[in-house]
Design a binder for this molecule. Structure first.
Ligand SMILES: [Zn+2]
Length: 412
């Protein structure tokens, strides 16, 4: 009994040591406390074609060897990454004997994910896609975050960036003093590293949205580990920061996926209200998405948020979704007491493994918000407080200019 408990303790220690240090080998030339973006048309223009023209990043800021990375937009085990020395070392540091024995999910003939044969009544795997489950059945996995605990709080989150044409949108957020949780796709970070740097420079909370944005429950254990690992490495390379949080594409997470994410000390952030903005103008009329916004905005004043806040799913995936954000944020700010990122609403002071960048606790945010005269400004304890010097007239003018710029962008 005695020797057995020592063996268990030793095994646990080795797991914790391995998983706690995997990011130590990551490299970056970016100081997240002092990001200086190169002044290029791509980083300053409001013209989509100009913003999305490929650039070679300044090698003193961002350089990589393609043979050491997965293929962009393909499963992160591609380009030989499944057998790379670093990935093999990571893979072997995990005690896979403890991994849950949960089936890899399959697709239907129509291309959707199949829940046929899954026990949705007992929901043994806490599979969100099948049941909306957010409380794991498995012990020893990190529990999902899916709302903001503070009343009358809109948890601001944007998925699928960094989008190459987000300059006007990010300028708008900056001028409103808004800090969002940004869930970046690893492939986008590699393609548009300055976009990721901009997110950190503006004080947003950066989190992972996997390497290639697939239904996670359909991937093998090895593929899942690679999707998480190489996104961590990419975000670190571009920003100097390694996220502690991730969001499942399509919300598709179960306890097998959670267990593997937990091996990298990653915690899933989901949402509790979905605007479905990503399909606006495609399979859903823009007006339908606007109606979704309207009902969520009304929740800020009709008592729905009296006891708790929400986390809203929105996207920076295209100019329609970014314009919807810009058009609706003034009403959101009016209806809700607080419009803040998930780190702040959850009192997560350090949302990265590096403790270089700190976020305000909720009470610190409230204190600074009050002193800033009611704008939704955040501060970080490691940077100077957000300027409130701009007069409301100046800000409104800037907003009008930005909205006009965004409206002109919706041409695709
Ligand atoms: Zn997504």
């Amino acid at each position: 009994m005695y020797s057995k408990s020592i063996a268990v303790a030793a095994a646990l220690a080795s797991i914790q040591t391995a998983s706690a240090a995997y990011y130590d080998s990551f490299t970056s030339s970016v100081n997240p406390l002092n990001v200086t973006l190169p002044s290029l048309p791509q980083t300053t223009s409001y013209d989509v074609a100009t913003e999305c023209t490929y650039y070679s990043p300044d090698p003193s800021l961002f350089s990589f060897t393609a043979t050491q990375w997965p293929t962009i937009w393909q499963t992160a085990t591609t380009n030989g990454m499944n057998t790379s020395t670093e990935f093999t070392t990571l893979y072997n540091s995990i005690n896979w004997a403890n991994a849950p024995n949960i089936a890899v999910r399959t697709f239907t003939a129509a291309g959707g994910i199949s829940t046929v044969g899954y026990d949705t009544v007992n929901d043994p795997d806490c599979w969100w896609t099948a049941t909306g489950c957010t409380v794991p059945k498995l012990a020893n996995v990190n529990k999902d975050i899916f709302n903001c605990p503070e009343p009358e709080t809109w948890g601001l989150s944007y998925d699928d960036g960094p989008n190459c044409s987000h300059n006007a949108f990010y300028d708008f957020l900056k001028q409103q003093g808004l800090k969002a949780s940004m869930f970046y796709i690893g492939s986008n970070v590699m393609d548009w590293p300055y976009g990721a740097m901009r997110g950190v420079k503006d004080g947003h909370h950066i989190a992972s949205h996997t390497w290639s944005h697939q239904y996670m429950t359909t991937l093998s254990n090895q593929e899942l580990l690679a999707e998480f690992y190489y996104t961590q490495k990419a975000i670190k390379l571009a920003t100097g920061l390694t996220p502690r949080f991730w969001r499942a594409p399509y919300g598709d997470v179960d306890d097998r996926v959670r267990w593997i994410a937990s091996q990298l000390n990653l915690t899933c952030i989901l949402w509790d209200d979905d605007t479905n903005d990503w399909e606006a103008g495609f399979s859903t009329p823009v007006q339908t998405v606007q109606n979704n916004y309207n009902s969520f905005i009304q929740m800020g004043t009709n008592g729905s948020m009296a006891n708790t806040g929400n986390i809203i799913l929105t996207h920076e995936i295209n100019n329609t979704t970014m314009q919807l954000a810009v058009e609706n944020l003034p009403s959101i700010i009016k209806s809700y007491k607080h419009v803040i990122n998930v780190a702040t609403c959850q009192n997560i002071t350090y949302p990265y493994f590096e403790q270089t960048v700190a976020f305000p606790s909720f009470s610190q945010y409230v204190a600074s918000n009050t002193s800033a005269g009611g704008s939704a400004a955040n501060v970080t304890s490691t940077t100077s407080s957000v300027s409130s010097a701009a007069s409301s007239v100046q800000m409104n003018t800037a907003v009008v200019v930005l909205m006009a710029a965004l409206a002109a962008l919706v041409v695709q």
